[in-house]
Design a protein. Structure first.
Length: 284
């Protein structure tokens, strides 16, 4: 509410209303000028520039590219990578190698870098550039390779087949080796077998396996009765949260010797019965 101040001096009256209105307009103008959005500055930035991961996992970065100019700009993306390394750029889920940006536009770019599994543990600096006809924006990322996770599952002899008699059990020896450079924890064994077959492992799980170390696993394989003779495939797998390996094993099922003799005896008895019937009723 505006207040009017009246000053009486020698019968003259002065109003300060216009003065207050002008003051309010000036203050409002100064406030709006202070709220004016400053122009953006062209830049290429990342939330995290240093990421650590094993060599068999990708390094993922979230970056933002800003076009602070007053014109439409085309940016080409490239990077300087060590030998054997690979990089990909994604914008809104689509893989790109360049992008067109409107004036004063900010765009998020996901960058994924992969290194060879043989990469030595070290810190690698990777310059990434967004190049336009008028400017080059550079971002230096760091990938810290801490080693690798890798598993191998095989047999001590290298043989991947064996024989088993129908209705019996067979012990198979497997070999688990940590072929990476980092320890593996909480390894679990499992199997995929023909119907009604059973397998048990000793040990059934491994708490920790150091890099370069190996351990033998005993597998007790049970084949159900009346299994038809032939070749069967059994698959064994070992896995941890960081790596896994599997092996296919060929099992040759044979019938027991006793079953064979019983079969022969049944055949002989059948032939004898037929011969007897022919001799007895053939004369009539």
């Amino acid at each position: 509410m505006l207040t009017e101040l009246l000053i009486t001096n020698t019968d003259r009256r002065f109003s300060f209303r216009p003065f207050f209105i002008a003051l309010i307009v000036l203050a409002n103008s100064l406030y709006l000028s202070g709220q004016t959005v400053k122009p953006l500055k062209s830049s290429f930035e990342a939330r995290l520039i240093n990421i650590e991961a094993p060599s068999n996992e990708p390094f993922r970065y979230t970056t933002t590219l800003t076009n602070g100019s007053a014109q439409l700009v085309n940016y080409n993306l490239n990077a300087e990578l060590p030998d054997g390394w690979q990089i990909s750029y994604r914008v809104e889920g689509s893989q790109v190698t360049s992008l067109q940006m409107q004036p004063n536009k900010v765009q998020e770019i996901s960058i994924e870098i992969s290194c060879p599994i043989t990469a030595k543990p070290d810190k690698y600096k990777i310059p990434v550039r967004a190049i336009s006809p008028t400017d080059t924006l550079q971002l230096e990322l760091e990938a810290v390779v801490k080693g690798s996770y890798a598993l191998e599952l095989t047999t001590p002899s290298g043989r991947l087949s064996d024989e088993v008699v129908s209705g019996s059990s067979k012990e198979i020896l497997l070999k688990v080796k940590n072929t990476g450079t980092l320890p593996l924890n909480a390894l679990e064994l499992s199997s995929q077998l023909p119907s009604r077959w059973e397998a048990s492992f000793d040990p059934s799980n491994i708490k920790q396996l150091e890099a370069g170390k190996s351990i033998d696993i005993k597998v007790n394989l049970k084949v159900p009765d009346k299994t038809i003779a032939g070749d069967y495939a059994a698959k064994f797998e070992i896995k941890s949260s960081n790596s896994n390996a599997d092996i296919s094993f060929r099992m040759i099922v044979k019938t027991s010797l006793l079953s064979g003799w019983i079969g022969i005896l049944v055949i002989v008895l059948a032939i004898g019965l037929v011969y007897y019937l022919i001799r007895k009723y053939g004369r009539r």
